[in-house]
Design a binder for this molecule. Sequence first.
Ligand code: OFO
Length: 178
Amino acid sequence: MIEKKVRDAMNEQIKHELESFYIYMSMVAYFHSQNLDGMAHWMRCQAHEEMIHAMKFFDHIIDRGGKVTLQDLKQIKTTWKTPLEAMQDAYEHEKFITAKINNLIKISREVNDYTSEPLLSWFLNEQIEEEKNTEKVSRELAMVGSSKEGILMLDRELATRVFPAGSPLNPLAYNVVA
Ligand code: OFO
């Protein structure tokens, strides 16, 4: 049975992961509005991953006999001045999520909840990737500045990102040990 303190923190983390999904889908809409379909595609892949993250916590709580309680999502931005500003927001958001994962580990250790360690270790590694990817694209956008050629080239490159396999709501698709 999952500890109440850990369950509550994981329920809050589901909210944060769904907010990530929601923020990134808002960026998808923004990129499409700028005719940057490659960047929009890259963000769709990102949003798909966020849904998987939310479901990993969702299933973990259920598997350990806890109750999932969904919470209100916060209001989000719907537009950005530039693609660079959007991507920098994504990077800042990932750093926020990393801090939340670290805090979850702290809470689970306080109550000796070793059972959640494999899941939380997976997230520690995942956050290295999430920060790395959003920072890399931010740096590339900063490099090309206002060059239309540069932005279009980057847009084509980001169009090649591959979606994670399977539905984010199907545990068989995402519960593989990575
Ligand atoms: Fe769930 O890692 Fe991004 O937010």
